[in-house]
Design a protein around this ligand. Structure first.
Ligand SMILES: [Zn+2]
Length: 455
């Protein structure tokens, strides 16, 4: 990182940490609207997709999604870089190979660890990466770690378990931060000795990997005592959360970060807040009570790859009460999973399909009392397939708990099939609950997500 970018990073750190404070939601929204307007006025026309759009009003712009923006990748970035070039550059930087000649070496391309379909790819300039690093540090370094950084000669040791080394995260490596990457492709178990020797002060990994490392710590196979534990890239399941607390006496801090941006983080009170000082979030509500929504995001900080009214696949659940930390940004109860993690069951009143959200399924399974090591629940049309690893009674206990849950929500249960629990590849993102095929409704079907509308 050169000096200018270092200054930029420290500026982003300081302003995120100390300046962007708002007493009331209304004053925050006025500030945010001014920022978005400035962004749309100056940046939008730099991407060819928006060049001929008559309007610079956010609400008048089309809602887009991953498939659509990948299809027209060059039109959504301000350098006109084609998807093939960006993918080649991302692969080259992962494998320390040569960048394609038509790729601007001042930019960085990185791949996302998608669960299925085409991989996501991001583009960022050096200054965007510096800004991102400053925001990331401001959101994750608590007072304890900051004091350590400021007063100790030795660098802070950060262990990072990822599916692929991201050039974005290595931006954080510096004289003050010893950033060690642990490759999940090789298998988490192959790193136990190195990890013990490294003695990380900050441990960052997908939730399921943290859960496994916590279990290894509890059984005495791993001896580490991180000061901070950060969960990324997956839904933090209740059983992993408990293991993490038991092993290291710490709550897991969550970072909600994906190719599309840095979207949320846990505050000092342990609540997940949306990163609305940098990303505008429009909720597409999934229920009448407005407890869950799909976010449509606009990142008004990015300048290379434009993320404007971009619909994510995630389901976010709103926290019922304001967070005691006093932040005015939206507080979440949880990231519940993806839209295709919702199961669809027939209503007891006939015809219509009703959504069974994954968080209620997770809670019912966690509360069913059986000893369960792992499970996988997949809906194939009008059948539910369950694979369980645990005690002999685990399958029956889960089935019983879920049949009760379904009945309590006014739905009919579906026939159960017992399946073998697949062993996951070490690099696979964990998704325990999946709707593989949605059943056909007899009559009306509940479909909250409209098709992408182009004007
Ligand atoms: Zn809070």
């Amino acid at each position: 990182m050169n000096f200018a970018d270092f200054v930029r990073m420290m500026g982003a750190f300081a302003s995120t940490r100390y300046r962007l404070r708002f007493d009331a939601r209304a004053s925050f929204e006025r500030w945010q609207t001014r920022r978005i307007d400035a962004f749309l006025r100056t940046q939008l026309k730099r991407a060819s997709f928006y060049r001929d759009y008559p309007s610079r009003e956010l609400a008048a712009l089309p809602v887009v999604d991953k498939a659509f923006t990948l299809q027209r990748f060059a039109a959504f970035n301000t350098h006109g870089i084609a998807l093939e070039t960006a993918l080649a550059a991302a692969r080259a930087s992962e494998q320390a190979g040569l960048l394609p000649p038509q790729f601007d070496p001042n930019l960085t391309a990185g791949l996302s660890s998608g669960t299925s379909g085409r991989p996501g790819v991001f583009l960022a300039s050096a200054s965007e990466r510096a800004t991102w690093a400053g925001i990331m540090l401001a959101r994750t370094l608590d007072r304890d770690l900051l004091t350590l950084l400021a007063t100790r000669a030795k660098p802070l040791r950060v262990a990072f378990f990822l599916r692929a080394n991201s050039s974005l995260y290595t931006t954080l490596h510096s004289r003050r931060i010893d950033f060690r990457f642990f490759d999940l492709q090789a298998g988490a178990h192959t790193h136990i000795d190195t990890l013990t020797g490294f003695a990380p002060e900050v441990l960052v990994a997908p939730a399921s990997v943290l859960g496994w490392l916590a279990a290894e710590t509890l059984s005495g196979h791993l001896r580490i005592a991180p000061r901070k534990v950060i969960s990324v890239a997956e839904v933090l399941e209740p059983d992993d959360e408990t293991l993490i607390r038991d092993a290291w006496r710490k709550p897991a801090h969550q970072l909600y970060q994906c190719t599309e941006g840095f979207l949320g983080y846990t505050c000092s009170q342990g609540t997940l807040h949306l990163n609305e000082e940098f990303v505008h979030v429009e909720p597409e509500w999934l229920d009448d009570a407005r407890t869950r929504f799909v976010p449509v995001i606009t990142d008004f900080t990015r300048r290379t790859q434009l993320i404007v009214r971009y619909r994510l696949d995630d389901i976010l659940r709103v926290r019922a009460t304001p967070c005691p930390c006093g932040r005015v940004t939206l507080a979440l109860a949880a990231i519940d999973g993806r839209l295709d993690d919702v199961l669809w069951l027939p209503s007891r009143l006939g015809g219509r399909l009703l959504p069974l959200f994954p968080d209620s399924v997770r809670r019912a399974i966690a509360a069913c009392g059986a000893s369960i090591d792992d499970y996988s629940l997949v809906q194939h049309g009008r059948a539910l397939s369950l694979g369980v690893q645990g005690s002999d009674t685990a399958f029956a206990s889960i089935r019983h708990a879920l049949d009760n849950l379904v009945a309590s929500q006014g739905m009919c249960s579906l026939p159960w099939q017992r399946a073998a629990l697949d062993t996951r590849a070490p690099t696979a993102k964990r998704r325990r609950i999946v709707c593989a095929t949605k059943p056909l409704a007899d009559g009306e079907s509940f479909s909250p997500i409209a098709d992408i509308h182009e004007t």
